[in-house]
Design a protein around this ligand. Structure first.
Ligand SMILES: Nc1ncnc2c1ncn2[C@@H]1O[C@H](COP(=O)(O)OP(=O)(O)OP(=O)(O)O)[C@@H](O)[C@H]1O
Length: 363
């Protein structure tokens, strides 16, 4: 199997720069999710890898082979689209088998290839059914099965779950999870759904405005975003940000803020500067009882979220932020609360929004 190397890849549509000089490698045999909001260029990047879209400039390599100008049919890729592409009037089995009829395979090998994917995707009970009789979640599974059975070196998924009925979404997601774990191919999977990306990906390439802002393992991206965008986009809700100003004095660089029980010291900032402090809602500790490290605040709103946790909006001094707390704690909280923002969980971003490599402590 080969990796996919993208070098300074660019796509312009008139004045719109859909993909802006992206350089990235999708490692061989792993699943990379291209994640980002609508219009950030995910699909355009994927379609250029597939050869379905001409590039404006830059290069694409599969292993050592330059494929930038190769026709899609010469690239040995498989692609699954948003809407299931299936052939009407024939059975599920025949749909999956169809492309294999053009390959030099024995009957036995061809049947094995079909039945292996049928089993992995849980399509056994549907193999003799007419494709038109199936719901679109099952049809999408058939489209996936047909792509996988060909055993292409690279498989590209373009939001394959988005247009599937709500009822079949979870089942398809689980089937894709099981499948991608088993496959040895290099997989690029486009989605705007962070849960899907977190579940499926070995690494996520987070995109914004035609640029990959970070490529990392899902947990690293979540815990250590390189940029405020990653902090904001990932999480439900995303990170809290506080605009603070750091001043250098005889003791070092210090931030006077009511968010901590003592002034916040920062080591590694070169001069006085404005920073953004980021903390995820679930990392803020909240309690009805005071301890030395905690600061007082007032609850503005309290609501129950998925999983029974409580999302509370807290105001303290002139700052407002969100905290996610366990059901028992959340239920018991009254209007006046105590909170702690643990230093080990905070991230400091510079004025340009990039994460800074600094050390923090309390004075
Ligand atoms: N064929 C086209 N002609 C003109 N502009 C296009 C074309 N395809 C995409 N664009 C523009 O390029 C930008 C990136 O679009 P793209 O579809 O790649 O984003 P995306 O991240 O996949 O979004 P979505 O999830 O909504 O599909 C957008 O501004 C879009 O309007």
């Amino acid at each position: 199997m080969s990796d996919i190397r993208i070098e300074k890849l660019r796509k312009e549509y008139g004045q719109t720069v859909a993909v802006n000089d992206v350089t990235i490698t999708f490692p061989s045999g792993s699943v990379t999710c291209l994640l980002g909001p609508s219009g950030c260029g995910k699909t355009t990047l994927l379609r250029m890898i597939a050869g379905l879209e001409d590039v404006t400039s830059g290069e694409i390599y599969f292993g050592d082979q330059k494929v930038t100008d190769l026709a899609p049919s010469k690239r040995n890729i498989g692609m699954v689209f948003q809407y299931p592409v299936v052939y009407r009037g024939i059975t599920v089995y025949e749909n999956i088998e169809l492309p294999l009829l053009q390959e030099k395979l024995s009957d036995q090998e061809r049947r094995k290839r079909v039945m292996d994917v049928v089993e992995t995707l849980g399509l056994q009970s549907s193999i003799n059914k007419d494709i038109t009789k199936l719901d679109n979640g099952t049809r999408q599974k058939v489209a996936v099965a047909r792509t996988v059975a060909r055993q292409p070196q690279i498989i590209l998924f373009d939001e394959p779950i988005t247009n599937v009925d709500v009822a079949s979404k979870d089942q398809l997601k689980q089937a894709l999870k099981d499948l991608t774990r088993m496959l040895k191919q290099t997989i690029v999977y486009v989605t705007h759904d962070q849960t899907e990306a977190m579940t499926l990906a070995d690494q996520i390439a987070l995109m914004k405005d035609g640029v990959v802002v970070q490529r990392d393992a899902p947990r690293s991206l979540y815990n250590q975003p390189n940029d405020v965008f990653g902090g904001w986009f990932l999480g439900n809700p995303g990170m809290n940000f506080f605009d603070l100003s750091a001043k250098t004095n005889g003791h070092g660089t210090e931030i006077q803020t009511g968010l901590f029980s003592r002034p916040l010291m920062i080591e590694g900032l070169e001069k006085d500067s404005n920073i953004k402090l980021g903390i995820r809602p679930e990392q803020v500790k909240v309690s009805g009882k005071k301890n030395d490290r905690m600061v007082q605040g007032t609850i503005l709103r309290k609501s129950i979220v998925v999983g029974g946790q409580y999302l509370v909006t807290i105001k303290s001094c002139d700052q407002t932020f969100k905290a996610k707390v366990e059901p028992e704690t959340g239920y018991a909280l009254k209007d006046e609360v105590w909170f702690e923002i643990p230093l080990k969980d905070i991230i400091i971003f510079g004025p340009d929004g990039h994460r800074l490599d600094v050390k923090t402590s309390l004075a």
